[in-house]
Design a protein around this ligand. Structure first.
Ligand code: NAI
Length: 198
């Protein structure tokens, strides 16, 4: 679904109003029947002989992905990766607003990245009492992650976008965690390169 959403967003930017499954198939490099099957799973959205209304499909997939509402994010660890996330403006277009960076390095206190303030970790509780926080991104060293995760759960945060290289041990199992490991992706690429040589 995120991939469809991304492609449909590009089509909208190009001013495309409707598209057939065959055209979408060419763009996305998946078979037209796969596209029909995928989209039928989510209620169809297409019309025989017309194809898909791009805006409608984009909006419906957005609803499925929960993108109708804005999501506020805080980032724990304002180093290379944390700052890179704060400086990537396209998340905002999807409704993901990074509203604060937290760190323990006093040299960063009072700094900001693309207008996002860097605060000290001991300011977290105060910040959480004043702002709605939906998601915490973890871009700090992994040995601190479990403690901070459970502290955040105590503040009512229900989702963690985890870049720290460990599987979080959460007290509250209802918390949603999405792990993102670029090195896993690189190792997969390396493996695929080996396979393609056979
Ligand atoms: P970095 O050293 O530039 O930044 C880490 C920041 O975390 C520093 O500013 C440090 O002061 C801060 N920090 C340390 N303890 C903290 C705590 N208890 N609370 C809040 N902040 C704290 O490192 P970089 O390159 O930004 O990497 C950050 C983390 O992300 C590392 O755990 C690294 O392994 C991971 N990483 C994960 C990737 C992935 O694909 N999953 C890719 C790159 C990095």
């Amino acid at each position: 679904m995120p991939r469809y959403y991304r492609y449909l967003g590009d089509l909208l930017d190009e001013g495309v109003e409707r598209i057939s499954s065959n055209e979408l198939s060419e763009k996305m490099k998946v078979t037209a029947s796969q596209i029909r099957q995928d989209l039928n799973n989510f209620g169809g959205f297409g019309q025989q002989g017309y194809g898909y209304n791009v805006q409608y499909l984009y909006d419906e997939i957005g609803k499925i992905l929960g993108l109708e509402e804005q999501h506020n994010i805080i980032v724990i660890g304002a180093g290379n990766l944390g700052q890179a996330l704060a400086n990537y403006s396209k998340f905002q277009k999807l409704g993901f607003m990074i509203i604060g960076l937290f760190d323990i390095n006093p040299a960063l206190k009072g700094e900001s990245q693309s207008g996002v303030p860097i605060m000290m970790l001991d300011e977290l509780e105060d910040f959480a009492s004043k702002h709605k926080i939906d998601i915490a991104a973890f871009t700090m060293p992994k040995y601190t992650a479990d403690t901070i995760a459970n502290r955040l759960v105590g503040l009512g945060i229900r989702a963690i976008w985890n870049f720290a290289h460990l599987d979080l041990d959460l007290v509250d199992k209802n918390v949603v965690v999405e792990n993102v490991h670029l090195s896993d992706s690189l190792m997969q690429l390396s493996y695929n390169m080996l396979q393609s040589q056979d």
